[in-house]
Design a protein around this ligand. Structure first.
Ligand code: A2P
Length: 342
């Protein structure tokens, strides 16, 4: 079986990774259509020897597709995903629009691929920081049973799309030339700075991004009453997120068992040699499929606690790679089709 595949948001930072990953991983495609806004219609994009003409996203195009990977923001997903599914096209959606819908599986394939068997046409890809955090946290939960955690994120500008990365580049260049640093996209200068705000603030003082970590972690791990408190920070890094985590478990923790659990988990590697200054860093994990875990130690504040550091490429495990893995898994399960309504 080879599929007719569409990418919605193909000109964006995640969209471009979709194109590369689908080709590099030999996803079974008979056709690839690149979709974006009317502004990009007619532009050409190349990958290797392939040249594509970008098309405007319309509800009609999905009649000609078997599967669509969406990464064009929540409002575009809200507008087109229902029409796509109605037209018989399975959607893997990278936006937050459907993640908490009880009828939509929210999946990190290494953790809860089983949830895919319940899909009704849409599968949600998790928030980038959540997916990367869980690649380190879930293997430890399997071993020691997670009770709650706190975390601080160090989120790259790629999470804000092409415009965020371009603003960082522009500001660094202006600074180096001794020119005035202009801020156009973020609320404050991002170069040489940290912004303790990712997404909008809510009435309780947390941001939407911080609550995504709570709600999505619960849903993915199937832990309805697990608690977490997170501070999300945008940092002047191009494309890999880092997360400092302090987790408390129900069962006593053992450091060697914790290390072994990380080593054995697919999609993650242990890089934890503090004496040699070896730990995961965003520059080293940019462009890498696997996430890295390091700085693993017993937590001094929590009983049965572990403190650790996880790093992963925001555009890959945090977005495009996870979505393509979902599509691959559905293909493997022979479920890459919209099921007939009951
Ligand atoms: P376009 O380049 O035509 O604006 P990023 O998050 O990296 O900035 O990418 C956002 C993606 O979402 C881009 O591919 C962008 O296309 C796409 N997009 C924005 N608005 C729309 C729209 N109205 N319909 C379809 N795609 C859209």
């Amino acid at each position: 079986m080879a599929y007719r595949v569409g990418i919605v948001g193909a000109t964006g930072a995640v969209g471009q990774e979709f194109i590369r990953l689908l080709h590099e991983r030999n996803f079974p495609m008979q056709e690839l259509r690149l979709l974006a806004s009317a502004r990009s219609a007619g532009k050409t994009m190349t990958y290797g020897e392939h040249t594509f003409t970008v098309e405007e996203t319309t509800p009609e195009v999905f009649r000609e597709l078997d599967v669509a990977l969406f990464s064009a923001g929540g409002s575009i997903s809200e507008k087109f995903v229902p029409a796509a599914v109605e037209a018989g096209c399975v959607v893997v959606d990278n936006s937050s629009a459907f993640r908490m819908d009880p009828s939509v599986p929210l999946v990190v394939p290494e953790i809860n691929a089983h949830a895919l068997s319940e899909h009704t046409g849409v599968i949600a890809n998790p928030n980038c920081s959540t997916a990367i955090t869980l690649m380190g946290l879930y293997p430890l939960h399997q071993k020691f049973k997670l009770r709650r955690f706190t975390a601080a994120t160090y989120q790259a500008t790629s999470g804000s799309g092409v415009e965020g990365m371009e603003e960082l580049q522009r500001q660094v260049e202006s600074y180096a030339k001794g020119e005035t640093v202009k801020t156009e996209f973020y609320p404050h200068q991002i170069a040489f700075n940290l912004l303790p705000q990712v997404d909008q603030f809510l009435d309780n003082g947390y941001t939407k991004e911080e609550l995504k970590m709570l709600n999505e972690s619960r849903k993915i791990m199937g832990l309805g009453d697990m608690a977490c408190s997170v501070t999300c920070v945008r940092v002047p890094v191009f494309r890999a997120h880092s997360i400092a985590i302090n987790a408390e478990f129900f069962e006593p923790v053992d450091l060697e068992e914790a290390r072994q659990a990380i080593r054995e988990f697919p999609g993650v590697e242990l890089l934890d040699e503090p004496a040699q200054a070896q730990y995961p860093m965003p520059l080293d994990y940019s462009g890498k499929n696997d996430c890295g875990v390091g700085r693993l130690r017993k937590d001094m504040a929590f009983d049965n606690g572990l403190a650790f550091w996880v790093v992963g490429d925001q555009l890959l495990k945090g977005a495009a790679l996870n979505a393509v893995q979902i599509a691959e898994k559905l293909h493997e399960m022979d479920m890459l089709r919209v099921p007939a309504k009951a």
